[in-house]
Structures are given as C-alpha cells and as structure tokens.
Design a binder for this molecule. Sequence first.
Ligand SMILES: C[S@@+](CC[C@H](N)C(=O)[O-])C[C@H]1O[C@@H](n2cnc3c(N)ncnc32)[C@H](O)[C@@H]1O
Length: 270
Amino acid sequence: MLRPPYTRYNRLYTYHLDLKDLPAIDDPDLIGTWIEDETAILFFHRPKERLVKTLCEASGATVLYEADLDYTDWEAGREIEPFTVGSLTVAPIWEKTAADISLDPSVIFGSGFHPSTRLCLEGLLKYTSSPEITINTALDLGCGTGLLSIAAAKQGVSRITACDNNRLACQVASANCQANEVEDMVTVLETDLRQQCPDTRVDLVMANLYKGLMLELFQNPDFWQAKLYLLSGFIPGMEEDLLAALPHSGITFLERTRNDRWCSWVLLRQ
Ligand SMILES: C[S@@+](CC[C@H](N)C(=O)[O-])C[C@H]1O[C@@H](n2cnc3c(N)ncnc32)[C@H](O)[C@@H]1O
C-alpha cells in the first residue's frame, strides 16, 4: 500500500522466503507482504538486502527468489492510468484528475485493466442500472483491490461483503474503501473460499476467480442462494467444464460477454 512519503510506485523489490509466519516488518519502504503456499512474499520500494538477511538469520529462512522490476512490468507492462466504464471514472490515487473512484492498486489484482475485471465492471454497471432488478446487497468473492465493491457502493448497493484470502488484498481493499468513503457500505473479510464461503443470501454475487475455485464453489449448494451472479476469470476453453458444474435447474443464463480471451457470465436464480 502507498504510505507517506511514497505517492506512487516506481520500482518494486520483491523477496520470496520459505517462511510460513512472518513477523511484523516496520520499515518505511515496505509496500506489503503476504504468505502463499508456505512462502512469504515481501514487496518494497527500495532494495532491502540487509533487512531480509537479518530476517533470515533470525528465522532460519532462506531467500528462494528475489527480483526487482518496474511497477509497469508488475502490471503486465501497462501504465496504470485513469479509465472510464459507462458513467464511472476510475483513477489511480496518484492522479490529480477528478474521478468517481480513486484507487491504490498496490501490488494486488484489480487495477481495473485486466479484461476480466473490466467485464465485471461493465456487468455491474448494467445490472445495477436496470429497472428490472433491485440490487441492495452484494458479495465480492476474491475482492483484490476492492474495486468491484467500491463500484457497487457507488452504484447504490448499500451492503457489500468483500472477501479475499490474501491479507494484503484485504488491507488494500479496506484502505481503498476508506479513501472512497464507502467503508460504511463495504465489510472486508479475510477468508479462504475453499474453507468457507460467506452467506450468499444476497442480491448479487460477483466472482472473478480462477476456474478450479469457481468449480468448487459451483459444487457447493450453499453458493446458489443469491439472485444474480456475475462471474468471470475464465477463458472459452474452460467454459464447458464450468457449464457442466452448474446446478441442473433453477438457473437462467442471462448473458455471456467477452473481452480479449476472457469471458463473463451473468446468471439469474429463479
Ligand atoms: C482475479 S482476482 C480478482 C480481483 C478483483 N475482484 C477484480 O475483479 O479485479 C482474484 C482474487 O481472488 C483471490 N483469491 C484467490 N483464491 C482465493 C481463495 N481461496 N479465497 C479467497 N480469495 C481468493 C485472490 O487473492 C485475488 O485477489
């Protein structure tokens, strides 16, 4: 996350350590950390060889991998800049231009530039503007930066639960909700959807997730309690397996959209 004196990201210094529990790191150049598959991943604005060496000596960990790269390379070679979807303008927090949503993308998925996020944003704007459906409550499964939840709140959805299993994503999403003054509407929850899915008795479930996790959710009857589902994160070659995993009755396929190689489905539960 951006903290003073930093106002944007330039270069990233990342360290992967074989460490399951990371002590708190108090360093002004720290962007954030997370644990993934028993590996700790540390992100800094500046090189941190000495700090990492001390950490390894104290914990017995080793550096598995380290890299320094431009922020644009982390963001798939793309400059993060303002964009507009329908009536909604989104700008990175370091841009001075007026925007409906001001976002710190940090090193978390959900800057808004990935085609799957864009499909979700488009679907969200379309269905929250539709006179035929009322959306007061929503779930954002795998919220990343929190962009979809913030957009939902800006569209008038009054109660949203945003969840992610990545602690840094939850921290970034919470900070973004505060920066956009929607923290009263959005509750951010750190949870692993493979272990526990939040209550889906809501008007809208938004899920931009990888196929394996989507399949697991599809097979859980508790997942199918919402009114409307806005799903993305898969490519055409994955759709057959996902279609086969849908409940045999009670679901109407409203829409399929594509952006680049990525697909999005909108499903309605009767
Ligand atoms: C493709 S990103 C989507 C981010 C954002 N919703 C968007 O549309 O841009 C998927 C998110 O799901 C989260 N995720 C992956 N596996 C998860 C799990 N088992 N439980 C909860 N969240 C998970 C990731 O950390 C990531 O932030």
